[in-house]
Write a protein that binds this ligand. Structure first.
Ligand code: UQ1
Length: 431
């Protein structure tokens, strides 16, 4: 099944101007997952057999976007050039896939190259679909008081709107469907509420958190804490409420009730929107790769494709039912790395991912609840005490320690999540 004609591969690679390449492992996506796995793969696969496709000249640490939305960090400090963060021993082609041809073991790129592979790894993340909500793109582009921490273009706008705030409604929305970092919409709400308190403007604001789901957090262990925080701080949580339209010229947001479909309008002084998300079009249009929602269909334990044993996917674009965070990527990357080695040596995939994800839920300036859980949404906590309380130390970790780990350890392929720290702190009594 695999193309093993490496003579031709070398030839075509070095004569790449012909538009055809071929390699042992092709990685599509150089974000968190792609970069971290590429660093690991360079230990066993040498140039030119490892190719990575990534169109973006810059790599962003999205974990800081929430803090940019609250004016605590600056967007310019969240990125580094892709060339600097990718390992030196990978061939980086600055291009993106327009068509996956899994039956031919090949992809076609935007610039028209065709690249053949023995093994393909897909880690392309999710695209932000602002255009799925009527009026939203116009509002984000042209009105100061509508922002979104999910986008590098609109995150800081959220804070600039807060600086101009003198009174009225602040509305925070959550979309229908799967999103990355599902804690972030609540984090920005709690941060902005706290900043208004610090500025002495809290009594001028009505704050609404509108979500289409019946709860504000899926993991019971943390949900109670978060519900109590919202109650104590007088944040109005409207469950089963879905944003369908923004009318920026009138400062109106139109919602529907998820069960009854009844529409209602709320006026806002500031609107923070979390857009719907989906994998990029090249993925969703390749029907043999995806499930019915457009996510790459892999085994949730091995991350191996359910129909193509030489394809793996991980990170936000896969259909695995974990919370989509960088911490999940960190835990998945070593699994994919080991299972690629098994496939290369003709063996079955043995390494299994347990669904670990973590989400540092910033609950205010200097406060954070570090949520960590697995596939069953049971807590899988690093520290030997219950983490469902607000903590200053966890805030410092979120703001400074984890970003340091991200750039200096994780992207270099040496951070597989806090599993070993957990084992150590639990004296070996934890999985
Ligand atoms: C983590 O491992 C990770 O990946 C680098 C994150 O993403 C940026 C996180 O936010 C968190 C919380 C972890 C878990 C790390 C520890 C030390 C508990």
């Amino acid at each position: 099944m695999f193309n093993t004609n490496s003579g031709i591969r070398f030839f075509s690679l070095y004569y790449g101007l012909l538009g055809n390449y071929s390699c042992k492992v092709l990685m599509v996506g150089g974000g968190t997952g792609g970069c971290c796995l590429a660093s690991k793969l360079t230990r066993i696969i040498k140039k030119p057999q490892l190719i990575l496709l990534e169109p973006s000249p810059d790599h962003f640490y999205q974990g800081w976007f929430t803090l940019c939305g609250a004016g605590i960090k600056r967007m310019k400090d969240t990125s580094k050039p892709t060339a600097e963060v990718l390992p030196k021993n990978v061939i980086w082609i600055q291009d993106e896939v327009t068509e996956f041809l899994p039956d031919k073991n090949a992809v076609v790129t935007c610039k028209g190259d065709e690249i053949e592979y023995d093994i393909l790894v897909i880690a392309v993340g999710l695209k932000l679909c602002f255009d799925k909500i009527k009026g939203l793109t116009d509002a984000l582009e042209h009105y100061y008081n509508v922002g979104s921490i999910y986008s590098k273009h609109y995150a800081e706008k959220t804070y600039h709107a807060l600086e101009k705030f003198r009174g009225g409604n602040l509305i925070f929305t959550f979309p229908h469907g799967l999103i990355k970092c599902a804690g972030a919409p609540l984090k920005i709400c709690l941060l902005m509420e706290d900043i208004l308190r610090i500025k002495g403007l809290r009594n001028k604001a009505n704050i609404f958190y509108n979500t289409p789901f019946p709860k504000i957090f899926a993991v019971k262990h943390y949900e109670g804490t978060l519900v109590n925080i919202c109650k104590k701080r007088e944040i109005n949580v409207n469950v089963l409420t879905k944003l369908i339209e923004v009318r920026p010229e009138r400062n109106e947001a139109v919602f529907t009730h998820v069960r009854t479909n009844a529409p209602f309008i709320q006026r806002y002084s500031i609107l923070h929107v979390t857009p719907p998300m989906q994998p990029p079009d090249a993925i969703t249009t390749c029907k043999s790769l995806v499930n019915k929602f457009g996510y790459v269909e892999v085994d949730k334990y091995t991350m191996q494709h359910v129909r193509y044993p030489n394809i793996f996917a991980f990170g936000d674009c896969s259909n695995t039912p974990n919370a989509k965070t960088a911490a999940a990527c960190a835990a998945q990357a070593p699994i994919v790395y080991k299972n690629i080695q098994s496939v290369l040596s003709g063996q079955k995939c043995k390494a299994r991912y347990n669904g670990y994800a973590s989400c540092p839920i910033v609950t205010g300036v200097g406060k954070c609840v570090l949520a960590e859980f697995d596939y069953s949404f049971c807590p899988l906590e690093t520290f030997p005490f219950s983490q469902n309380c607000e903590s200053k130390i966890m805030y410092f970790m979120k703001k400074e320690v984890i970003p340091f780990l991200y750039w200096n350890v994780m992207l270099k392929g040496f951070w597989n999540g806090p599993h070993f720290i957990r084992k150590l702190l639990h004296l070996g009594f934890s999985d």
